[in-house]
Structures are given as structure tokens and as C-alpha cells.
Design a protein around this ligand. Structure first.
Ligand SMILES: NC(=O)c1ccc[n+]([C@@H]2O[C@H](COP(=O)([O-])OP(=O)(O)OC[C@H]3O[C@@H](n4cnc5c(N)ncnc54)[C@H](OP(=O)(O)O)[C@@H]3O)[C@@H](O)[C@H]2O)c1
Length: 347
């Protein structure tokens, strides 16, 4: 199977067709029940609820030995852990705090992993938001959706890469799966005219597409652009990194901030079109456990490696990905991200 980069771009130009195919014409694929995660250690961000919690449960059903519930609220994390401990008394289930709105919290979290977790096999970076209004992440000054879904997620990915490389068992690559969304396939990037960079344009409240999910969609295509570049640094023999779309899934809290009139409409649509949470979360297990080295750097949808946003198959898209990579590395200068990515190239 070819990687996203090697696949031809989408030949279905109209997003509703992709949505229809993804939601209604695919058969959910669960990992074989014989899959045995005994001895393995996994981190799942945002696993107090929604898809993250369900993925945690499914991995524990496959005998995962040690789960790290990485969440921003101790109370919510402990409540989730308590439920899982009752169901899976043999597993070690611990809660570690990470606020994806703050770089210092992400760095603290990674330091705790470094000092307290001698083995790490799998990280699923699932925490994400879909606000409809413009908000600023106070500690960085960036627009919040881009902050959490792209910048903070990619900082955490970058810091975890060397740990996944060195603390997964010899001969078995570490696994890093980042939650994405098919909506990222449609997202046109904003113009950077009058702005010093793409990230700068995405912070501009005047360009924020209010009352729509466009900023969310853009936050997901930024990850396609990062993945496209990341494979130049990270070998699939060290860490297999992929992006996964869980599909449109009901029973999560993603739309919690939608306005009172959108909520019932969305619920009605979800009742007829959305996947159940079990099938949605199974896409995470497929990406992190079943898909092989060929999925490295790829976007996985409907349990299958799929093309990226079509923009990435154009010279302009590749140029934008180069620029975003540099902007992202500049943003993470304080954390030594360039050095980390260079170090990943070494055997
Ligand atoms: N549901 C869908 O149809 C769908 C479709 C495509 C992609 N996705 C993606 O799937 C992922 C999970 O979404 P979901 O539907 O399960 O939504 P959800 O139920 O709202 O779960 C989101 C999780 O992210 C956490 N989170 C948000 N902001 C955070 C922060 N600053 N620091 C740490 N954790 C934070 C939340 O924690 P709190 O509970 O503390 O807020 C929660 O645990 C997201 O990345 C989303 O974009 C979902």
C-alpha cells in the first residue's frame, strides 16, 4: 500500500462525496481479538472522555499493561481512571496532567514521562477542540483552535519522538498517532497577504471565519503539512507516525460549545449520519496497532491510507508546507525542536 505522499490526489472533488463514502460505504475494522498489548505502555491525550476514553478502553480490552491518561483536569482524569480500573483491575492506569493550551505544561508532562516511564510504546495525541468563536490561548497569544489542534499537538509529538524511539523495545518502532479529521481535506488556507506568516494570518481575528468550522478544518490540514515534512527526519524503523480521521462520530463532547440552535440540528444530523463511538475509536487502534511502516507520515481514513488535502500535491502546497515547517520550528525554538528533529535522523 502506498503512503499518502505517493498516492494520487483525491479524484472526488466534492467533499460531501468523500463524507458519504467515509461514513456509509466503509466497514469498520477492529484489530484481531488476539492482538496482545501485554507489557506495552501507551499515552492517550484527552482520554477522560469521547474518542480518547473509548480508545483507552479498547486498548485495555487488548490487555494493555500500562495506560497514561493525559488530561488537563485531575478530577476528570481520575473519574475516567476509576471507571477503567474497575473494568481492568490488572492494568496500571495513571493520570498525568497536561494542558494543551500551555507549552510549559507540555514540557512538564514530557519531563515526567522521561523521569517516570522507562518504557513507551504508543502515544495517541487525541485532545482537540472545535470552538465556533475566536479565542486566544493566553500563554502563547495564538488563536486557540490552531494552538491546541496544531501547535501544541505538534510540540508534544516532537518532544515524544525521541522517547518513543529510545524507549520502545529494540526492533519494534514506537507508535505515534495524531487525531485528524476528513474536514481537513476541504480546508483552503487563508491568504498570508499583509501578514508575516501563515500562523500570523491564522491569529488574525479579522480572518477568523466565525460561526463555521473552517478554522478547525485548517487546524487539521496544518498537520497534513507537518506530516509531509516530518518523514524527511523520522524513520519508520524508529517511530511510525500517522494521522487518523475517526469519521463523524456521535456521543462525544466535541460540539459542546456550539450555540443552542446549532446543537439540536447537529444532534439530528448525527443521529442519521454519525458513527458510534466504538467504531470511531477503532480507527485509532487501527492506525496505532495495525497499520504498518507504509502508513508512516500518512493520513488514514476509513481504516485505509488516503491522500492528504489536495493542496499538498501542488507546487504551491509543497511550498506552503516548507514555510509552515520553518514557522513551526521557529515557534518551538525555545524547546530545541530543530535539534530534536535533526537528532531523529541519526541511527
Ligand atoms: N467527534 C467527531 O466526530 C470527530 C471527527 C473528526 C475528528 N475528531 C477529533 O477527535 C478528537 C477527540 O474529539 P472528541 O470528539 O472525542 O471530543 P471530546 O469528547 O470533546 O474530547 C476532546 C478531549 O480533548 C481534551 N482537551 C481539549 N482541550 C484540551 C486542553 N487544552 N488540554 C488538554 N486536553 C484538552 C478534552 O478535555 P476536557 O474534557 O477537559 O475538555 C477531551 O478530553 C479531536 O481531536 C477531534 O478533532 C472528532
Amino acid at each position: 500500500m502506498a503512503s499518502s505522499k505517493d498516492l494520487p490526489p483525491w479524484d472526488i472533488p466534492f467533499f460531501p462525496n468523500i463524507f458519504f463514502k467515509n461514513q456509509f460505504c466503509t466497514k469498520p475494522e477492529r484489530p484481531a481479538k488476539t492482538t496482545d498489548l501485554t507489557g506495552k505502555v501507551a499515552i492517550i491525550t484527552g482520554s477522560n472522555t469521547g474518542l480518547g476514553f473509548e480508545a483507552a478502553k479498547q486498548m485495555l480490552e487488548l490487555r494493555l499493561s500500562h495506560l497514561i491518561i493525559a488530561v488537563r483536569s485531575s478530577a476528570k482524569g481520575e473519574a475516567a481512571a476509576a471507571k477503567l480500573r474497575t473494568q481492568f483491575p490488572k492494568a496500571t492506569i495513571e493520570v498525568m496532567l497536561v494542558d494543551m493550551g500551555r507549552y510549559d505544561s507540555i514540557q512538564d508532562f514530557v519531563r515526567r514521562i522521561e523521569s517516570q516511564v522507562p518504557r513507551l510504546d504508543i502515544a495517541i495525541l487525541n485532545a482537540g477542540i472545535m470552538h465556533m468563536t475566536y479565542n486566544v490561548a493566553q500563554s502563547t497569544g495564538h488563536e486557540e483552535i490552531v494552538q491546541i489542534n496544531y501547535l501544541s499537538t505538534i510540540l508534544l509529538a516532537t518532544l515524544l519522538l525521541p522517547i518513543l524511539k529510545s524507549r520502545s523495545p529494540a526492533g519494534t518502532p514506537g507508535r505515534l498517532t495524531i487525531t485528524n479529521a476528513a474536514l481537513g481535506l476541504t480546508a483552503p488556507l487563508p491568504t498570508t497577504k499583509g501578514h508575516k506568516s501563515l500562523l500570523d494570518a491564522l491569529d488574525d481575528p479579522k480572518l477568523f471565519p466565525s460561526y463555521s468550522d473552517k478554522q478547525y478544518n485548517v487546524s487539521k490540514v496544518l498537520a497534513h503539512m507537518w506530516a509531509y515534512k516530518m518523514i524527511d527526519y523520522v524513520s519508520a524503523n524508529d517511530v511510525i507516525v500517522n494521522l487518523v480521521c475517526p469519521g463523524f462520530v456521535k456521543g462525544t463532547q466535541l460540539g459542546r460549545d456550539a450555540s443552542f440552535w446549532i446543537k439540536p440540528l447537529a444532534a439530528l444530523f448525527a443521529a442519521s449520519a454519525a458513527r458510534n463511538i466504538g467504531d470511531g475509536a477503532s480507527t485509532y487502534l487501527d492506525a496505532a496497532l495495525v497499520q504498518g511502516k507504509e502508513s508512516h507520515g500518512s493520513f488514514i481514513m476509513s481504516w485505509k491510507i488516503s491522500p492528504y488535502n489536495t493542496f499538498l500535491y501542488t507546487p504551491e502546497g509543497r511550498e506552503a508546507a516548507d514555510k509552515l515547517w520553518q514557522e513551526t520550528m521557529d515557534e518551538f525554538e525555545f524547546a530545541g525542536a530543530r535539534g530534536i528533529m535533526e537528532s531523529m535522523r541519526k541511527p
